[in-house]
Design a protein around this ligand. Structure first.
Ligand SMILES: *[C@@H]1O[C@H](CO)[C@@H](O)[C@H](O)[C@H]1NC(C)=O
Ligand SMILES: *[C@@H]1O[C@H](CO)[C@@H](O)[C@H](O)[C@H]1NC(C)=O
Ligand SMILES: [Zn+2]
Length: 299
């Protein structure tokens, strides 16, 4: 009976609807078929960041609170990525123009970076996913504008291994075989700070969405300007992760339209006022050029 109803609903709706739990990065459950706001939204992520178009500004320093603590941590292969959760005291993100204090929920990786910079796609992107502390949890926060804040760190290919990824990669290997969502304890403690670039004084900021179904909008994105490094062999360890339909060769969502949104480029100490003073003094110099050349010619 329920099968008949299911068939009837399927026929009546006229199309196969991809469920939130049943999506992938290619094929019939790929990004083109992701449901709801993934398709219809106008503030979607990821985007290509055009550095020349980014509006320079100083949003105040970004504060990574307790990111320097050492945490015991678990890793899970959820079929879409490997995700790390930390045990112990909550760690927080605030400042940097964020409207609230945010709690770190989890960290995960995309092989094949999701955000591109001037059209260049790096090897890997790490997402630190936080939710606004005023809400009970991530699920509740995701219903609100600015409820979620993600910090993205890009990793570019390098000849040398990134030793700060070693224990995560070891743990990744232990969960890479698909058995329906396996979890492992990461053998050494994780210091989140070591997975951030040293320079916190510059990043890109824009309003976007989660990059996986249901692609909820109202997410504040912080893409760190400085990149970290990863070797090809380390990247290969991520590419050995399996999903329910075989190897997860890549797990980045295609680029989305920027539309009418603005990307800001936070530069600590940057002052629009001082740069306009600079511009007007430059203008003054230009206007004075004829006088100068006049004085030269008359001497
Ligand atoms: C999130 O919080 C809401 C409200 O307190 C609760 O109903 C829900 O079960 C929580 N969800 C999770 C995943 O913890
Ligand atoms: C990762 O695994 C290799 C090989 O088993 C081992 O030699 C190394 O010590 C491990 N590294 C970490 C940081 O756990
Ligand atoms: Zn992500």
């Amino acid at each position: 009976m329920s099968i008949i109803i299911f068939l009837l609903v399927t026929v009546l709706s006229g199309q196969y609807v991809v469920q939130a739990s049943d999506w992938s990065y290619w094929g019939e459950t790929g990004p083109n078929y992701w449901p709801g706001v993934c398709k219809k939204g106008t503030n979607q992520s990821p985007i290509n960041i055009v550095t020349d178009d980014a509006v320079k500004t100083d949003l105040a320093p970004l504060k990574f609170i307790r990111y320097d603590f050492a945490f015991s941590a678990n890793i899970i292969n959820n079929g879409h990525t490997v995700q790390i959760t930390l045990n112990g005291v909550p760690i927080h993100l605030k400042g940097g123009g964020l409207p609230s204090t945010y709690v770190l929920e989890q960290m995960h990786f995309h092989w094949g970076a999701e955000h591109t910079i001037d059209g260049t796609r790096d090897a890997l992107e790490l997402h630190f996913v936080h939710y606004d502390k005023q809400y009970d949890n991530m699920t509740v926060a995701s219903e609100y504008e600015n409820g979620i804040a993600v910090v993205a760190v890009l990793f570019e290919l390098s000849e040398e291994d990134n030793e700060n990824l070693e224990s995560i990669l070891n743990a990744t290997e232990s969960v890479s075989t698909w058995v329906g969502g396996s979890t492992a304890k990461i053998p050494t403690k994780i210091i989140p700070y070591l997975l951030l670039p040293a320079d916190h004084t510059t990043f890109y900021r824009y309003q976007g969405s989660l990059t996986t179904p249901e692609c909820k909008e109202g997410v504040i994105w912080t893409v760190m300007t400085e990149k970290l490094k990863i070797s090809q062999s380390q990247l290969t360890s991520f590419m050995r992760v399996e999903s329910n339909s075989g190897l997860l060769f890549y797990n980045y969502r295609p680029l989305q339209e920027l539309g009418s949104r603005t990307v800001y480029h936070h530069l600590e100490g940057y002052s629009a006022a001082s740069s306009s003073v600079l511009r007007s003094s430059l203008l003054f110099t230009l206007l004075n050029l004829p006088l100068i050349s006049h004085s030269y010619s008359s001497s």
